[in-house]
Design a protein around this ligand. Structure first.
Ligand code: NAD
Length: 490
């Protein structure tokens, strides 16, 4: 029953200064179920003035929060982790309703997203400076790490919880306050998260959440405010570019987790069955709506038919339907635009000469469902190889040499994730070094791990989330120069 997990009327507002309230003039927008387009809830539609009030609250809380004990910050995150773990089923169902993914996948996201809270609850007490002797011995060099200050955290719709926790976790651990702007399509999970962090004891003003239908206006106003010291954005490359341009006046610190175009390389010496298992994960997690989703399958000519045949067989067996229904493997895409864009890439690839092995069409009726699809012999120049598909479509093309595979894998402006299947260790090492990607999975289709630095290069952005690196994004360094004391006079 959707009503059971949807946030109550009190938790559909703006969360500012530790309290829930309405948006200016009571404005709201609706959140819809992508499985049938029906309205799930109305949520407060924050205005620029509301966002500035949220920043006021963050600024007011910053000094005390920065001075709080790291252990206390860690324990708040740890309590939130325990609360989330206890509410996994409700949160998973809520996320499945607003985003479309299956409840099983949503449970996986709750567990994965929550691990960022556990990881950063542990990292809060490991923020170190250093002490060193200058090389000439004449002075001492100290470094002090400080929270960067009030942050704007902007998240996408595809992972409504994990994309939030991997920013909120390190920001809380570092002693930063924040304004969170969740995606308009999926704000409900973030509102539930705000409630949990409040219950876990996060002081008022540290976390403020402002859903809005006017994202561009809001971020522009906040980024023009010199009190905002950091922007962490996860979303598409075009919006990321716009935010980087917008940052030029006030120069806040930036983290940009942007789009991807992941190559998935299968060599002739690979275990083809393991490669197919990896492909199913790398392609079909989140219905293909993931920045790390395998976007281009480059398969050696000797195993291409076998790989594509086995992949098509597995893809063809997947059950498409409502994410909350038992037995369903693949939920709806996020909206109608997504279905059109995926279908266009498929029809263009077929027009360019690709062979359709399975799928290739939307499911008729209500909701935004697309059949799992495999294309073979996709010409390198086809549009589907150049842009994010963000849907359940696997385009396979063939290569003959390692040099060709690497060159084609790197022929993209993106540089987020790449996957390699080979039994040859020396080759795996060569590829890890020559692929221009922030993350390389070797013989695995799943690379995300809260203890590892997640992030990209080139048009996939900069900065890292998770791992030891994740907290660095929220810390400044002050270097203190001290003269060497020398021998006491007299
Ligand atoms: P999007 O860029 O449309 O939106 C992301 C967020 O930015 C949303 O909250 C949106 O409301 C907001 N936004 C939109 N326009 C804005 C503007 N002009 N100024 C400020 N904020 C604005 O992306 P999306 O469709 O929500 O998410 C899908 C994209 O996110 C894909 O490109 C995907 O690859 C990327 N993504 C990247 C990562 C990563 O870690 N690298 C993770 C998940 C998703």
């Amino acid at each position: 029953m959707p009503g059971r997990v949807l946030p109550g009327p009190d938790q559909r507002g703006l969360f500012i200064g530790g309290r829930w309230r309405e948006a200016e003039e009571g404005a709201t927008f609706t959140v819809r179920d992508p499985a049938d387009g029906s309205v799930l809830a109305s949520v407060a539609d924050g205005s620029v003035r509301d966002a500035v009030e949220a920043l006021d609250a963050a600024v007011a809380a910053q000094q005390d929060w920065a001075a709080s004990a790291p252990r206390d910050r860690g324990e708040i995150l740890r309590r939130a982790f325990d609360l989330i773990r206890g509410r996994t089923d409700e949160l998973a169902e809520l996320m499945s309703l607003e985003m479309g993914k299956t409840v099983a996948e949503a449970r996986g996201e709750v567990a994965y997203g929550n691990e960022f809270f556990r990881w950063f609850s542990e990292e809060a007490v490991r923020i170190h400076g250093r002490w060193m002797h200058a090389p000439d011995g004449a002075s001492r060099l100290l470094t002090v790490r400080k929270p960067v200050g009030p942050c704007l955290l902007v998240t996408p719709w595809n992972f409504p919880m994990a994309m939030g926790t991997r920013k909120i976790g390190p920001a809380v651990a570092a002693g930063c306050t924040m304004v969170v702007k969740p995606a308009e399509l999926t704000p409900l999970t973030m509102l539930a998260l705000a409630d949990i962090l409040h219950e876990a004891g996060l002081p008022p003003g540290v976390l403020n959440v402002v859903p809005t239908s006017r994202a561009a206006e809001m971020s522009k106003a906040l980024m023009a405010d010199p009190r905002l010291r950091k922007v962490s954005f996860t979303g598409s490359t075009p919006v990321g570019r716009q935010l980087v341009r917008q940052s030029a006046d006030q120069l806040p610190r930036l983290s940009m987790e942007l789009g991807g175009n992941a190559p998935f390389l299968v060599f002739a010496d690979a275990d083809v069955d393991a490669a197919v298992d990896g492909a199913m994960l790398a392609k079909m997690r989140n219905m293909g709506e993931a920045c790390t989703a395998a976007n281009r399958f480059l398969v050696h000519a000797d195993v291409a038919e076998e790989f594509a045949g086995k992949l098509a067989e597995r893809m063809g067996r997947l059950v498409v339907g409502r994410g909350q229904d038992p037995g369903v493997d693949v939920g709806p895409l996020i909206d109608e635009r997504a279905v059109h864009s995926v279908h266009r890439l498929v029809t263009d690839a077929v027009r360019d000469g690709a062979r359709l092995v399975v799928g290739g069409s939307a499911v008729e009726g209500s909701g935004y469902f697309y059949r799992p699809t495999v294309l073979l012999d996709v010409p390198p120049g086809s549009a589907i190889n150049g842009q994010e598909i963000f849907g359940p479509v696997a385009p396979v093309s063939v290569f003959t040499t390692e040099e060709e595979a690497v060159r084609r894998a790197n022929t993209t402006e993106y540089g987020l994730a790449a996957y390699v299947f080979t039994r040859d260790l020396a080759r795996a090492v060569r590829l890890a070094e020559s692929l221009e990607y922030g993350m390389v999975g070797v013989n695995t289709g799943l690379i995300s791990n809260p203890a590892a630095p997640f992030g990209g290069m080139k048009a996939s952005g900069f900065g890292r989330e998770g791992g030891f690196e994740g907290i660095e994004e929220y810390l400044e360094t002050t270097y203190v120069a001290l003269p060497a004391t020398g021998r006491q006079a007299g």
